[in-house]
Design a protein around this ligand. Structure first.
Ligand SMILES: [Zn+2]
Ligand SMILES: [Zn+2]
Length: 354
């Protein structure tokens, strides 16, 4: 497999971000990402998809288009939907989440419920924007870890906000347990739900008394929570083909979420086999009596293998193997210590044993 790293949720000056498209692409290239998808609020932009080359060292990054769409008439504006790889104007159906999901898929896009559960922060960040229309179906997946949602909650008091603004490495912790529980609950209904993790970078500045600071600049966030994609061939140079590869990989769930700042998770693997069949994360594995799962981490970590949301194997080694006769949904979480305490590091998509 060929692993590429990208960020699928970020904002520019086309909505409420502070960086231009080029500034954001340059920050992502400096952070070493392979691709980004612009997801400004409720705006369709055409003609921006290309390979962006960083003048300093020539590092190339693929930039693609998406949108973050919600019903702007709702107060507060709930139900944020990430709609990737579509450039049409979906405002006519934005008030109806199911119609929106169906329309995006009909146009060849994928959809993810953004920051599905949020916790309140401080000041203006007290407002939360959770997903509430859980009756919808047919969406590609959910954003299990949104870095700025995590930041908002971690900086929920004045002292925490000041410390967090100056020592950002103290802050990001992991997906909220209620989001992981919601994901497991959705998976338990038998549907495939692909997990992604993103920055939701805006690079806004904030003031607290005499202090004024850009909190969580683009480049910092692009070194933090990202989605790693496992491609079956190198990314094509031709933009339409490369977009199709990323689309297909996301649709299949051949990807994992990683907090890259803790340690490089490049090479993290979660595979399974049963009889002659083999599977990677995102795949369905037909059970032939016994299935064998294998987890391999490039770095030491606390590895947990979960079956239907319950931990069934755990180790502090770099490898974990489990043989089982049970059908169900298997996924892996990895945790590492950073700046004194345990953080979420890697969250894989499931292998579905049928
Ligand atoms: Zn949002
Ligand atoms: Zn956003």
């Amino acid at each position: 497999m060929l692993e590429i790293i990208g960020n699928l949720h970020l904002h520019t000056t086309s909505s409420d971000g502070t960086g231009s498209h080029d500034e954001v692409a340059a920050a992502a290239a400096r952070a070493g990402l392979d691709f980004i998808v612009y997801t400004d609020h409720n705006i369709a932009i055409e003609g921006m998809e290309d390979w962006y080359s960083l003048s300093a060292n020539g590092h190339k990054i693929l930039r693609l288009m998406g949108q973050e769409i919600n019903d702007q008439q709702l107060v507060p504006e709930l139900n944020h939907l990430l709609c990737h790889f579509v450039s049409e104007d979906f405002q006519p159906v934005a008030a109806n989440p199911q119609a929106l999901i169906d329309a995006v898929h009909a146009r060849g896009g994928v959809t993810f419920l953004a920051h599905p559960l949020e916790r309140p922060g401080i000041g203006a960040a007290r407002e939360t924007y959770p997903w509430l229309s859980w009756e919808v179906s047919g969406f590609t997946g959910i954003e299990i870890w949104n870095a700025m949602t995590d930041v908002k909650w971690q900086l929920r008091t004045k002292p925490r906000a000041i410390i967090g603004a100056y020592l950002p490495n103290l802050v990001l912790t992991g997906p909220f347990p209620e989001v992981l529980a919601k994901w497991d609950q959705l998976l338990a209904t038998g549907q495939k739900v692909v997990a992604i993790g993103n920055s939701d970078a805006h690079a806004m500045s904030f003031s607290l008394g005499p202090l004024r600071r850009t909190i969580y600049p683009y480049e910092y966030l692009f070194r933090a929570v990202n989605t790693h994609l496992l491609l079956d061939a190198p990314l094509a140079h031709e933009v339409n083909r490369a977009r199709q590869q990323i689309f297909e990989t996301l649709r299949l769930g051949h990807c994992f979420v990683s907090y890259d700042l803790l340690a490089s998770s490049q090479g993290f693997s979660f595979t399974a086999s049963s009889g002659a069949a083999e599977a990677i994360m995102g795949d369905t594995l037909p059970l032939e009596e016994v299935a064998t799962f294998h987890v391999a981490s490039p770095q030491p970590a606390r590895l947990r293998l979960l079956h239907n949301g319950r931990v069934v194997a755990e180790t502090k080694e770099r490898e974990l193997t489990l043989r089982t006769r049970e059908r169900g949904v298997y996924r892996v979480e990895a945790y590492r210590r950073f700046w004194g305490w345990q953080r979420g590091w890697v969250f894989t998509n499931p292998i579905y044993v049928s």
